[in-house]
Design a protein. Structure first.
Length: 277
C-alpha cells in the first residue's frame, strides 16, 4: 500500500502573516470543524479497540499510551486524568513519552528516533499479554512508537495506533489502526493543531468508554471519582442527596466516611448499622 504524508502537505492557506487576528481565527476555526467529522469516521475502529481492551483489563490488563512531542503529552494527559475521574489506580493506564518526563515541558533532542527504547521502557514495566499498547503519532512514522508496537505485537500483546496519515508504518504494526484523516494543518506541518485536537478526542472516547464498561460510572455519574477538592466533595454529596434522599449534611458525612459515592451508597444500603443511622 502507498504511504502519503498528508500531515506534511502544504496548508490550504497562505500569506498568514498578512492577515488580521480575526481572519486567522476564523480560518483556524474553519479547519477545526473538519476534526469532528474525521473522528466520527473512526468510530468503528475505536469501538473495535474498546471491545478488545475491556476483557483484557477485566483479567488485570493495563493500557500503555506511547508517543513523542504533542502526541506523547496527550497520552500522558489522558492517563493522568483517569485516577481522579474514575478512582482507578494510577498504574492502570500509563502514558509514556519519548524523552521521559522532561519532554513534557521541553523537547528532548533525538529521543523519538530510538526505535528500541520504547520497548525497553515497556519491559521495565513488566508488560504482558493482558496489556494493550496504543501508539500515538500524527505522522505514523515515529521510531520510538513504531518499535514499541512491533515488539509488543511480536510478544502477543494487543496493539493499536492513532495517526493522521493512511497506511503508515505505525498502522502496519497495529492490530487496530485508527486513521483520523484531518487534512493539511493550517500552519503547514504543525500537527499540534488539528491532529492534536483529534487525538485528544479519540483518547477521550477510548478511555471513557473503557471505564464505563468496567463499571466506573453509574447512570451518567462519576461515582468512583477521587474526592480531591471541595468542589468534588460537594458534587459527590449532591449525588448522594439525589440517590438516597438524604439531607445534605448527612450525605456529606456518609461520603467522607466511605471515600466515594459508590462505596457510600453500598454501605448505606447494606443491612445493619451505617453512618446514616
Amino acid at each position: 500500500m502507498s504511504f502519503t504524508k498528508i500531515t506534511e502537505q502544504p496548508s490550504l492557506y497562505n500569506n498568514l502573516e498578512t492577515k488580521t487576528a480575526e481572519q486567522l481565527l476564523r480560518e483556524i476555526n474553519t479547519e477545526d470543524r473538519k476534526v469532528a467529522e474525521a473522528v466520527e469516521k473512526t468510530i468503528p475502529q475505536v469501538a473495535k479497540l474498546v471491545e478488545l481492551i475491556v476483557p483484557r483489563m477485566k483479567r488485570g490488563g493495563r493500557i500503555f499510551y506511547m508517543g513523542a512531542g504533542t502526541s506523547g503529552r496527550l497520552g500522558v494527559l489522558d492517563a493522568s486524568e483517569l485516577p481522579p475521574t474514575f478512582g482507578v489506580p494510577k498504574t492502570l493506564v500509563l502514558g509514556l513519552i519519548a524523552g521521559g518526563d522532561t519532554a513534557l515541558r521541553n523537547a528532548v533532542e533525538n529521543a523519538e528516533d530510538d526505535e528500541e527504547h520504547g520497548w525497553e521502557e515497556l519491559t521495565e514495566l513488566n508488560i504482558n499479554e493482558k496489556d494493550t499498547v496504543i501508539g500515538i503519532a500524527a505522522s505514523g512514522t515515529t521510531p520510538y512508537v513504531v518499535g514499541a508496537l512491533r515488539n509488543a505485537r511480536e510478544h502477543g500483546i494487543l496493539t493499536a495506533c492513532i495517526t493522521s496519515n493512511p497506511n503508515s508504518p505505525m498502522a502496519a504494526e497495529s492490530d487496530v489502526a485508527i486513521e483520523m484523516i484531518v487534512g493539511p494543518e493550517y500552519v503547514t506541518g504543525s500537527s499540534r493543531m488539528k491532529s492534536g485536537t483529534g487525538q485528544k478526542m479519540i483518547l477521550n472516547m477510548i478511555s471513557t468508554a473503557v471505564m464505563i464498561q468496567l463499571g466506573r460510572v453509574k447512570g451518567n455519574k462519576m461515582v468512583n471519582m477521587q474526592l480531591s477538592n471541595r468542589k468534588l466533595v460537594d458534587r459527590g454529596t449532591r449525588m448522594l442527596v439525589d440517590e438516597l434522599g438524604l439531607p445534605y449534611d448527612q450525605a456529606n458525612a456518609l461520603l467522607l466516611l466511605h471515600g466515594s459515592v459508590k462505596k457510600a451508597v453500598e454501605a448505606y444500603r447494606k443491612p445493619g448499622p451505617t453512618a446514616s443511622s
